[in-house]
Structure formats: structure tokens, C-alpha cells
Design a protein around this ligand. Structure first.
Ligand SMILES: [Zn+2]
Length: 85
């Protein structure tokens, strides 16, 4: 799990999580799968207007209950990303 091409943040139960520091292999794998599926679909997608890359925030009350949220420079980028995911 190294070198994300896509900006990703994890927040569980209100706490920022560094996925590279997770000791539990099962959870690490789970997060890896989320990142991979997003990177797979979004790749190096950029905003057509601002050339900005989208950001992803994965948050929830527990590792089993995470919600993926997309952030971008504008609604247009967010819409594009949501359409691909
Ligand atoms: Zn934009």
C-alpha cells in the first residue's frame, strides 16, 4: 500500500487514520481494496476546468461502516467522479 495516485483520507470514529500504519492485516486489506477500486475507476481523472484532481474521504463509525465522500475543486469535478464510481 504505497504511493497513492489519488488523494485519500480515512477517518474512523472521528479520528484520522493513516492506512499505512494499520497493523490489522484484514483491515489494511479492506482499505487497500477501497483505494484500489477507486483508483481503478478514477485513475488520473482531472477537472476539465481547473485541472485539479479529486480527493476522497472515507469516513464512518467503524472500519466495517465506511462512507466514501468525494471532494473536488468544483461541483463539476465531483459530478464527473460520482458518475464514474
Ligand atoms: Zn474544477
Amino acid at each position: 500500500m504505497s504511493g497513492f495516485q489519488v488523494a485519500f483520507a480515512f477517518e474512523v470514529n472521528g479520528e484520522a487514520i493513516d492506512p499505512t500504519k494499520i497493523k490489522d492485516a484484514k483491515i489494511a486489506k479492506q482499505l487497500d481494496a477501497i483505494v484500489e477500486s477507486v483508483v481503478d475507476k478514477v485513475g488520473d481523472l482531472r477537472c476539465p476546468e481547473h485541472s485539479e484532481a479529486p480527493k476522497f474521504i472515507c469516513s464512518g463509525p467503524s472500519f466495517d461502516d465506511l462512507n466514501l465522500e468525494v471532494q473536488g475543486c468544483c461541483d463539476k469535478l465531483v459530478d464527473i467522479v460520482k458518475a464514474v464510481l
